[in-house]
Design a binder for this molecule. Structure first.
Ligand SMILES: C[S@@+](CC[C@H](N)C(=O)[O-])C[C@H]1O[C@@H](n2cnc3c(N)ncnc32)[C@H](O)[C@@H]1O
Length: 277
């Protein structure tokens, strides 16, 4: 890239740089520009022939993206369940399939609408699950834990954004260690990838403790099943790996859960389960 470009030229150049790592290079170039200049898309088109003074900064953002850094970490924004959340490197970028976990919890919680529900989320990350559940279930209060202080800072910012400080409480804890109150429902999207799994480049930007779940991958899920059993919850809902149905099914039966089902993601793969007491 050379100096003194117009906005239009800068977009064209960025598109050429990003086409190898993105299916939507033009769109990503525009997202990065909007973020840098803090303007909307119509501004960019009205000023497309203006000289672009922040070109060098833009070039740096495009280079970061070309190195496969997720665009959400660059712009510090992520869309989840049709809402916008703050995101940064300390927390996993929310995935669209996790919206299904929320739908499962809401569907099963409807049965208990008449009462106040106490929900615990293990491994809240950016806080998106707890926040969405608080928004969708007005009769629920949420206890959310994470072992990562960085993730909890991000969750805190999102809870503030949605004015939910009174209903979503954060704890720096492993699992539900030290949480004394009664819990009706446990929900979790825990790390469930095997430690030796070779992850692709964009995932390398995300926190390891948010991805890897043990030598096999399902160890944390098993621990959570044990906790749900011990706490006699109304139900437990978890996201899991597409190939973990058999081992989890076996573990749930082994722990005395008889009423459980698995749900699929939009690609038709097993993606999670709900186990009732
Ligand atoms: C897959 S991420 C999910 C983040 C967020 N809930 C979501 O769905 O986008 C898993 C989260 O669990 C946290 N975690 C890992 N082990 C944990 C443990 N033993 N207790 C509590 N949180 C844990 C990680 O730090 C990470 O934030």
């Amino acid at each position: 890239m050379s100096k003194n470009k117009t906005i239009k030229e800068a977009i064209k150049e960025a598109r050429a740089v990003l086409k190898d790592i993105s299916d939507i290079p033009q769109k990503e170039a525009i997202i990065l520009l909007k973020y840098l200049l803090k303007v909307d898309e119509s501004y960019l088109f009205l000023h497309e022939n203006d000289e672009f003074k922040e070109y060098k900064k833009f070039k740096r953002l495009v280079e970061r993206r070309a190195e496969d850094e997720p665009i959400e970490y660059i712009t510090k924004k992520v869309s989840f369940y049709s809402r916008e959340f703050f995101i940064d490197k300390g927390a996993l970028i929310p995935r669209p399939e996790t919206e299904l976990l929320i739908d499962e919890v809401v569907k099963n919680a409807k049965e208990f609408q008449a009462r106040q529900l106490s929900i615990a989320e293990i491994g809240t990350g950016s806080g998106i699950i707890s926040i969405m559940l608080a928004l969708l279930l007005p009769n629920a209060k949420i206890t959310a834990t994470d072992i990562s202080k960085d993730a909890l800072q991000i969750a805190k910012r999102n809870i503030k954004k949605y004015a939910l400080k009174d209903r979503v409480k954060l704890y720096h804890a492993s699992y539900l260690d030290g949480i004394e109150e009664e819990i009706d429902i446990i929900v979790s999207n825990p790390p469930y990838v095997a430690n030796d799994f070779k992850i692709q480049k964009p995932l390398e930007y995300e926190p390891k403790e948010a991805i890897f779940g043990g030598d096999i991958g399902d160890e944390i899920l098993f621990d959570i099943v044990d906790i749900a059993k011990e706490k006699s919850v109304l139900f437990l809902a978890c996201e899991m790996g597409y190939d973990q149905r058999e081992s989890i099914s076996r573990y749930l039966k082994n722990r005395g859960f008889e009423d459980f089902y698995f749900y699929k993601d939009l690609a038709g793969l097993d993606r999670g389960f709900v186990a009732k007491h």
